[in-house]
Design a protein around this ligand. Structure first.
Ligand SMILES: [Zn+2]
Length: 232
C-alpha cells in the first residue's frame, strides 16, 4: 500500500504551474480520493502553448496517433486551469484507465468516485461534454471562454475566491466526518467515555480518564494548563 505522501509525490511534477486555486483543488482531490480508497495520479497539468502545438502536430504533420483536437491556446491546460488523472494501482508501479474498475470493492466504479469528488471540489468534467468526451480531464473555467483566455483574460478575484470557498467547505466536511469517528474508551474494562478519532489520534475527556485512573485533575485558566496529579 502506498502512503498519501508517496501518492502525492507521483503527481507533484504535474502540479507545477497550475493556477493556485486549481492546485488547491487538485491536491484536495488526491487527498480525498486516497481517503476513500481510490489512489490517483495527475498525469497532465499545465501544458504550454508550444507543448500543445507539438501535441496537435502528432498524427497530422508529425508521426504518431492523433491525441488532441486542440491547437496551442485552445485547451484549458494551456492556462494551468485543467488536470488529467489516472487510477493508480495499489502497487504504485502501474496505472489504469479502466472506467469499470472497482479496486476498493465498494460497488461504485473508482473512476466515478473520482469524478464525484472532483465535481464537489468545483471541477467540470470532460466526460460531461456532448462532443469528444475527455474522461480523464477536469477543468475550472471561472466562466471564461478559451477565446477570452487567448486574449489575455484572467479569472476574476471574485471567481477565484468563491472557488477557494468551495474547496474549503469540502475539506471542512471531510474533517467533520473524520472527527465523527467515535471510539468507546474503557479503563480496566469499564467504559468511561466516548472518544473521537481524528487522523490516528484519539481525543478523550481528560478528567474522565484521569479520575478513572485514580488521579486528580486541575485546570489553571490563567496559563491554560490542565494538570493531572496521580495519587501517589
Ligand atoms: Zn485534459
Amino acid at each position: 500500500m502506498l502512503t498519501l505522501t508517496q501518492i502525492k509525490n507521483k503527481s507533484a511534477p504535474r502540479l507545477i504551474g497550475l493556477h493556485p486555486v486549481v492546485l488547491a483543488a487538485a491536491t484536495a482531490l488526491i487527498e480525498r480520493c486516497c481517503a476513500c480508497g481510490v489512489p490517483i495520479q495527475i498525469t497532465q497539468g499545465l501544458r504550454t502553448v508550444a507543448e500543445q502545438d507539438a501535441l496537435y502536430a502528432q498524427g497530422r504533420t508529425k508521426p504518431g496517433a492523433i491525441v488532441t483536437n486542440a491547437r496551442g491556446g485552445y485547451s484549458y491546460h494551456n492556462y494551468g486551469l485543467a488536470v488529467d488523472f489516472v487510477l493508480l494501482l495499489p502497487s504504485g508501479s502501474s496505472v489504469s484507465w479502466d472506467m469499470g474498475r472497482d479496486g476498493d470493492n465498494d460497488q461504485t466504479a473508482d473512476w466515478l468516485e473520482v469524478v464525484q469528488q472532483a465535481k464537489r471540489l468545483g471541477f467540470e468534467w470532460g466526460g460531461d461534454w456532448s462532443s469528444l468526451k475527455d474522461y480523464p480531464h477536469f477543468q475550472m473555467s471561472f466562466g471564461l471562454s478559451l477565446s477570452k483566455l487567448r486574449s489575455g483574460a484572467q479569472p476574476s478575484a471574485q471567481a477565484v475566491e468563491s472557488a477557494y470557498k468551495v474547496i474549503q467547505t469540502v475539506n471542512k466536511d471531510e474533517q467533520n466526518v473524520k472527527s465523527d469517528v467515535v471510539a468507546a474508551v474503557k479503563v480496566n474494562g469499564v467504559k468511561i467515555a466516548d472518544g473521537r478519532m481524528e487522523n490516528g489520534v484519539t481525543y478523550v475527556p481528560v478528567r474522565a480518564v484521569a479520575e478513572a485512573l485514580g488521579a486528580a485533575v486541575g485546570y489553571d485558566s490563567a496559563t491554560r494548563t490542565v494538570e493531572i496529579t496521580s495519587g501517589r
